[in-house]
Design a protein around this ligand. Structure first.
Ligand SMILES: Cc1cc2nc3c(=O)[nH]c(=O)nc-3n(C[C@H](O)[C@H](O)[C@H](O)COP(=O)(O)O)c2cc1C
Length: 377
């Protein structure tokens, strides 16, 4: 029995020796079952919280919602700044270690990537990151770092949805949009003119021409564009747009121009594709209109032109076009992200939600739902 106790004591001593001072102190103290999460640039890391008056009050506060603070690097060992509220202190002279989360002077938070001795109140310790990983995660050396404290991790929410926006007067574009929608996963938004009785083809297509002439004369004025039915589709939910439009007098049909005049700017930086339907005229004027109305779009290859002669072959034309613009790669998505747990999709992804073939050599990525930081050695 004595020998068994001795072995246990030796094992205990070995375990204690393999830990840092800070780990030993952490082990010696009680911790809260509730984890806190620190999120920087969309990456969340869990924090084991000590059980003291400060952390209990902090958890209470975070139950009402996350808190975002702006921290600055300081002293070569920490990022720190004002919490915006005070917590009860139980200061003691300690040597804070990399990963420690500290309350300083009752109303400042310090997150350590190095060590420092001071009179602090411990809040917790970031789980499982090496010193170099901590430096990357905490943006060591930088200023104005936006840091969010919360009781739940925040996974990047890749928007991967496609919105198909179209107008159609004689239903060619409607049929094109339907064919497209049968080939890809997209929401559809049809734009309607406010005036439902207008005959754009009357008098040798004169009405359509008048609408376009008004736009051409003053393209920067909202008054130049014909009224459309109100649209309440929030575009920030989408990262890819496909515009399907008829050609009128070698320009984009005026009705769709109205919509894009008001909402094209919201598509800046997003993937945008264009499909144009005409009787026979070439589509360069419509492409120019699209580029004017959707400035700074990430254009997905060349526009697809479907004329009346090959309209019946639209399904195959669309299929080839989707291949040409590499649509399936553009729309690769992370699905089924569960923000309430650590569960995540299998595979390796960047923070935009795009699947990677292998882990990057440096930077932050997500593997099987776990955030990882790669650092070049
Ligand atoms: C006002 C107006 C002007 C048009 N101008 C042209 C033109 O200049 N060249 C052309 O090839 N087709 C022209 N078209 C024909 C349409 O581009 C073509 O029929 C298209 O497929 C219509 O699409 P939709 O059925 O979705 O409205 C015009 C049609 C209208 C209504």
């Amino acid at each position: 029995m004595k020998a068994f106790t001795k072995i246990l004591m030796i094992m205990f001593a070995m375990i204690m020796c393999s830990c840092s001072d800070s780990d030993n102190e952490a082990m010696a103290q009680n911790t809260l079952p509730q984890k806190m999460y620190i999120t920087i640039d969309g990456v969340s890391q869990s924090v084991t919280l000590y059980d003291n008056a400060a952390t209990r009050e902090l958890v209470n506060k975070l139950q009402d919602g996350s808190v975002t603070v702006t921290l600055n690097s300081s002293g070569g060992f920490e990022i720190w700044g004002a919490l915006g509220f005070s917590l009860p202190t139980s200061n003691e002279q300690i040597t804070a270690q990399p990963g420690d989360v500290i309350l300083y002077n009752g109303s400042n938070i310090c997150i350590m990537y190095g060590s420092n001795s001071w009179s602090y109140t411990r809040l917790g310790h970031i789980d499982g990151l090496s010193e170099s990983e901590l430096r990357t995660f905490l943006k060591a050396g930088e200023s104005n770092i936006s840091v969010t404290l919360s009781l739940r991790p925040s996974y990047p929410q890749p928007s991967s949805k496609t919105l198909l926006v179209y107008f159609s007067y004689t239903n060619h574009c409607h049929e094109i949009a339907q064919s497209l929608a049968s080939q890809i996963d997209a929401d559809m938004l049809r734009i309607y003119p406010a005036d439902k009785n207008q005959q754009y083809e009357a008098n040798g297509y004169a009405i359509g021409m008048q609408l376009l002439e008004a736009i051409n004369a003053n393209p920067n004025s909202a008054d130049s564009y014909p009224d459309i039915d109100p649209v309440a589709v929030p575009l920030d939910e989408y990262d890819t747009f496909i515009i399907v439009t008829p050609l009128w007098w070698s320009k984009m049909a005026a009705i769709l121009q109205t919509y894009l005049f008001h909402h094209g700017a919201e598509m800046a930086g997003k993937n945008v594709g264009l499909i144009v339907s005409s009787h026979s005229s070439g589509i360069s004027g419509v492409v120019a209109d699209a580029e004017r109305l959707i400035p700074n779009a990430e254009w997905m290859g060349e526009a697809l032109w479907i004329n009346n002669a090959n309209h019946s072959n639209r399904a195959a034309l669309i299929e080839n076009w989707l291949t040409d613009i590499n649509y399936s790669a553009i729309s690769t998505i992370i699905e089924d992200i569960n923000t309430d747990s650590h569960a995540g999709p299998s595979g390796i992804f960047n923070l935009s939600g795009q699947r990677l073939t292998k882990a990057p050599e440096s930077g932050i990525y997500i593997e099987n739902g776990i955030k990882k930081i790669a650092t070049k050695r």
